[in-house]
Design a protein around this ligand. Structure first.
Ligand code: CTP
Length: 454
């Protein structure tokens, strides 16, 4: 009796999958097929899988070649499966040749011929029109997003906008983008969706005009700096059935979602305090965007990150809020703190561009605490700690590249599937953030201290 095991996503089940299963089954007497979970696919950087896990399992079952179906949910599981199910042969398509040779210590490894000219990726691309994305702004974050776009299928950058024609031209040349423009309305005609990575105070106008022109919007943080503006934009988007998302990469990353799940599970008891910090020293150059008059400063620049765990875990209904900050001679905050009081919890969001501090996320509960060290906003792991240190647990999750691929994948999915329920960063979260930004800027205006008095 020979038992074979094979692994795959089996998305949009196709002829290549069927042939592979048939060939694998023919190697022995029993075939076990392990299908990847959605979460594991995202973790290993495979974005935009279309079929649900249940549907993919059904399709494998309906092939008639699987004697048993299991799921693959994490790295390192293959060796355990081979031992647990007493596997004789590990079989996989030839696109993986040599990648699984390390399993030869445990069983026979067979690379089966892959069927030519068919793949889930190919079908995904053919099934849908590729979304034509316009890039607004040509700074560092837009450059990084361009690199991340390669990892997300179904979307391509086809135009770039910058009011300064030379900057648009240079960016287009560097990234091989067809169209560059310094005229926003003409630019909008070329595309289906925009990614806005321009200075903070331009987000409202660019988002509004894009939505009115019928384009989906993914806007960098901070989305807008006034609550009424955020509400208005979401209203326009919902009336026109358009996707409007704020690009806070952490919110969409597997590690942060895992942390939220654990914090909400009751593992650390009732959450009583959240202390979240992000500081990044930025030299005070005359043209530095971070020190721009009115909307520059540590808080507008960085607070979207520390506000994120607060709103996701404690919600939008705080009972008290006050701010402290230290400002430079122009009244721009170089260090700031927001203190929240909720019915049964407190929270602090700390940011700095002219003051360096420990940048960690600490969630304290009645049974224990969760500690994610700096840079927690690129979440690769966190520790859950208890009274007895022997019980402490560490959770690791991959965070790929610069991390924008996660929000881009959700953006694509939101556009393509009306029924897709985005829970990672919702309208009320972004409206909350806009409200806090607005209140901070008001408080800063009233209370700004000259540097000499810090
Ligand atoms: N496979 C195959 N022939 C193809 C496509 C896939 O033999 N034309 C095999 C793979 O080698 C693997 C299994 O089918 O052993 C499951 O692969 P999966 O990654 O789900 O399929 P792909 O079509 O390669 O998916 P994607 O394009 O998303 O990578």
């Amino acid at each position: 009796m020979k038992t074979i095991i094979t692994y795959g996503t089996f998305d949009l089940f196709h002829e290549g999958h069927l042939n592979l299963l048939k060939r694998a089954r023919a190697l022995g007497d029993k075939l076990i097929v392990s299908v990847t979970t959605e979460q594991y696919d995202v973790q290993r950087g495979k974005m935009n899988v279309v079929d649900s896990l249940m549907r993919r399992i059904d399709n494998v079952r309906n092939s008639g070649f699987a004697d048993e179906i299991i799921i693959e949910e994490r790295e390192g599981q293959k060796i355990e499966d081979i031992q647990k199910y007493k596997i004789d042969i590990f079989a996989i398509g030839s696109d993986w040749t040599s990648k699984f040779d390390y399993l030869k210590d445990f069983c026979e490894v067979v690379y089966l011929p892959r069927t030519e000219n068919v793949s889930s990726t190919g079908i995904r691309t053919l099934r849908r029109e590729i979304i034509k994305l316009g890039i607004v702004g040509t700074g560092r974050i837009a450059e990084r997003t361009m690199e991340e776009l390669h990892f997300v299928s179904g979307i391509t950058a086809s135009a770039v906008f910058n009011p300064r024609p030379n900057s648009a031209k240079k960016f287009a040349k560097r990234f091989g983008i067809e169209t560059e423009s310094s005229d926003y309305e003409l630019f909008l005609n070329e595309i289906d969706a925009v990614y806005i990575a321009s200075p903070h105070d331009t987000h409202y106008d660019y988002s509004r005009r894009a939505l009115i022109a019928g384009k989906h919007v993914l806007c960098e943080k901070p989305f807008v700096l006034k609550e009424t503006e955020a509400k208005e934009l979401f209203e326009i988007a919902s009336e026109a059935d358009l996707v409007l998302m704020e690009a806070i990469k952490t919110a969409y990353s597997p590690g942060f979602l895992n942390l939220l799940a654990i914090a909400r599970s009751g593992r650390i008891g009732k959450i009583c305090d959240i202390e979240a910090a992000f500081t990044k020293l930025v030299p005070e150059a005359p043209k530095a965007r971070e020190y721009a008059p009115i909307c520059g400063g540590a808080f507008t620049e960085l607070a979207s990150y520390p506000l994120l765990p607060i709103v996701k875990l404690l919600g939008t209904n705080y009972s008290e809020l006050y701010f402290d900050h230290s400002a430079n001679s122009n009244g721009i905050d170089i260090y700031s703190k927001a203190y929240f009081k909720y019915e049964n919890a407190i929270a602090t969001a700390k940011t700095g561009i002219g003051v360096k501090s420990e940048g960690q996320l600490l969630i304290s509960g009645t049974n224990g605490y969760i500690l994610a060290k700096s840079p927690w906003w690129l979440m690769k792991g966190f520790e859950v700690c208890y009274e007895n240190p022997d019980d402490n647990e560490f959770f690791a999750t991959p965070f790929h590249g610069f991390g924008m691929r996660y929000e881009l994948a959700d953006f694509v999915q939101n556009i393509n599937e009306a029924s897709f329920k985005n829970f990672k960063l919702v309208k009320s979260d972004s409206i909350f953030m806009a409200r806090i930004m607005e209140q901070f800027l008001k408080a800063r205006k009233i209370n700004s201290l000259p540097r000499s008095s810090i």
